[in-house]
Each structure stands twice: as structure tokens, then as C-alpha cells.
Design a protein around this ligand. Structure first.
Ligand SMILES: Cc1cc2nc3c(=O)[nH]c(=O)nc-3n(C[C@H](O)[C@H](O)[C@H](O)COP(=O)(O)OP(=O)(O)OC[C@H]3O[C@@H](n4cnc5c(N)ncnc54)[C@H](O)[C@@H]3O)c2cc1C
Length: 273
């Protein structure tokens, strides 16, 4: 947050590009009219659709790639954002939240596990690990969606899979897509089948809460300690900076203390319920 500025005052941004990623996810590329936003992977911004409302969205790109958000149509605000076109204005405030401690993962094998729109916060990480291939061990990406059309960023899959020995494993569920030759399985079942080794590894996951729950269970069964499992959480929030108290769990706020947590921290948070 720039010093001296009103943290609730959004900056103005122009929609530079809109791209359909899936039938219900659009990529919005924004260009700031004024000011600047410095962020790190894991953080999020609050976007305002003028006259409609605000909602939080994770930065889906690395800062040097421009401001990109992958937005799934859910209700009022996301509908309004989906209806924008190039040249339209949005408000943006942030960055908020904590970040993935990427330097702490150096030298480790990385396992990225995403489901659905959960790929949004994972995409800048994938780009980061690809860009800094030499600083990390192996890279395994597991990504699940409902149907082949529901994979966001499918135009990047060749680059993800081809990056210095990285491995991309896709799965759909439920079955019933006649042209799909790949896996039909839920994401936790793919983790169970592939059995990534916990030795010197970090697993980073994001997706629907039920997916995260079972992914953590599978990783624990494989021997991952709670500190080796990292996830990024969502919660209903308004302000993004610990004032509205809508996203608190016990004495923690998802907006300020998260959204990135280790499985260890989550289990302690859940005890607070
Ligand atoms: C830190 C953070 C980062 C996020 N990043 C992204 C992102 O990168 N891309 C993205 O598409 N979404 C993201 N979200 C979720 C996004 O903020 C919500 O989908 C959005 O607020 C819905 O607003 P709406 O006005 O369109 O829906 P509303 O009109 O408020 O709600 C429509 C329906 O969707 C349900 N709903 C609303 N929010 C959620 C939610 N978070 N999870 C499940 N159901 C919900 C409501 O209960 C209601 O049934 C993020 C949320 C948080 C907290």
C-alpha cells in the first residue's frame, strides 16, 4: 500500500484485454491509469465493478507479466466483471495478504496441486518455478477440472510440461467427455496414484475446500508433514485488511494472516472454531 494513500481508495485501471479461459472463467488483463501496485505471488487485490460492488481476486500473473486476474462467474460482482470489455474502467486496491515464501522452497522438489479456479493463484507460482528452474528440484503439476473445457490456461500446458523436466498431470471428473484420452479421477486420487515423495518436497494446493481437505489427507498418508503442505484459502471478506472482521477464524484473519497457510496452521485454526 503506497504510504499516505487512503487504503480504501481504489486505483483506476482500464481493461486492456478480456479472454475466455473456460465457459465460466475469464481472464481480465488490466492496465493501471495511475499509481502502481507491487505484489508477490499469493497476494490478492479487491476489484470494484463500479455501481455494483467489490470482490477479492488473486493476482494470476507474475508482476513483470502485467496485471492479470482469472475470474469465475459466481454472482453480482463477477457477472459485472465478465460483462466488461477493453477500455472499460475498474477499481483496484491492494495488494493484500501474505505471500508464498518462494526463497524458502529453493532446492526442494515442488508439487503443485490445483482444482478448477484454484489454478489462479497457482499460475504465477508455476511461471516462477519455470523461470527459476535451476533454483528448485523437480516440478510436478497436478490439475483437475470437471471437463476438458474447464481447464483454464490450457494454451500454456505445453510450456508448463516442457519446462526442464517438469511434469503435468491432468484429470477430469466426472467421466463422460468422449474425446478425453487422459485420466478420469478426482485430484486427491491422482495424488494417491502418483505418490509424490515427501523427501525434501513442498506441496502447494488450491481448489475447492473439499478437494483441499482430501489432498491434505492423501499427502499426510504419503508422509508429508503439515509444514510441507501449503494452501491458499478463501473466505468471505469485504475490506481485505482486517477491519471488517468477516474472514476471521479464531484470532486470525484470512485477509491479513493468509490467504497462504501451511496445513499445520490450518489445523490450529480449525481447532479455534
Ligand atoms: C483471497 C481471495 C482470493 C480470491 N481469488 C479469486 C480468483 O482469483 N478468481 C475467482 O474467480 N474468485 C476468487 N475469489 C472468490 C471471489 O472473490 C468470489 O467468487 C466473489 O467474491 C463472488 O462475488 P459475486 O458478487 O460475483 O458473488 P455473490 O453474488 O456474492 O455470490 C454468488 C454465489 O456465489 C457464492 N460465493 C461467493 N463467494 C464465494 C466463494 N469465495 N467461494 C464459493 N462460493 C462463493 C455465494 O455464496 C453465492 O451463492 C477469491 C476470494 C478470496 C477471499
Amino acid at each position: 500500500m503506497p504510504k499516505g494513500s487512503d487504503p480504501f481508495l481504489p486505483l483506476l485501471a482500464e481493461v486492456a484485454e478480456v479472454r475466455d479461459l473456460t465457459p465460466d472463467i475469464k481472464l481480465l488483463r488490466l492496465s493501471l491509469r495511475e499509481g502502481r501496485i507491487d505484489y508477490r505471488p499469493g497476494q490478492f487485490a479487491i476489484l470494484s465493478a463500479f455501481g455494483v460492488g467489490e470482490a477479492p481476486f488473486t493476482f494470476a500473473s507474475l508482476p513483470e507479466e502485467g496485471l492479470e486476474f482469472a475470474i469465475r462467474r459466481m454472482g453480482t460482482v463477477t457477472n459485472a466483471l465478465h460483462n466488461l470489455g477493453p477500455g472499460d474502467l475498474v477499481g483496484i486496491r491492494g495488494p493484500y495478504g501474505n505471500t508464498f515464501p518462494l526463497e524458502d522452497y529453493e532446492g526442494k522438489d515442488i508439487i503443485i496441486i490445483g482444482g478448477g479456479i484454484g489454478i489462479a493463484p497457482l499460475r504465477p507460482l508455476i511461471h516462477w518455478f519455470i523461470k527459476h528452474r535451476g533454483d528448485y528440484g523437480s516440478l510436478l503439476i497436478i490439475y483437475g477440472a470437471r471437463t476438458p473445457r474447464d481447464f483454464a490456461f490450457s494454451d500454456e500446458f505445453d510450456a508448463w510440461a516442457g519446462a526442464g523436466g517438469a511434469r503435468l498431470e491432468l484429470a477430469i471428473d466426472p467421466p463422460g467427455s468422449p474425446d478425453w484420452r487422459g485420466r478420469v479421477a478426482l485430484v486427491p486420487a491422482v495424488v494417491k496414484e502418483l505418490k509424490p515423495s515427501p523427501k525434501n518436497s513442498i506441496a502447494i494446493t488450491c481448489g475447492p475446500p473439499i478437494m483441499i481437505h482430501y489432498v491434505i489427507e492423501e499427502l499426510r498418508a504419503l508422509g508429508f508433514s503439515p509444514g510441507q503442505i501449503v494452501t491458499t484459502l478463501e473466505a468471505k471478506m469485504k475490506c481485505g485488511m482486517g477491519k471488517c472482521m468477516r474472514c476471521n477464524v479464531g484470532d486470525k484473519y484470512v485477509c491479513k494472516d493468509g490467504p497462504v497457510f501451511t496445513a499445520d496452521q490450518i489445523s490450529r485454526l480449525l481447532e479455534a472454531f
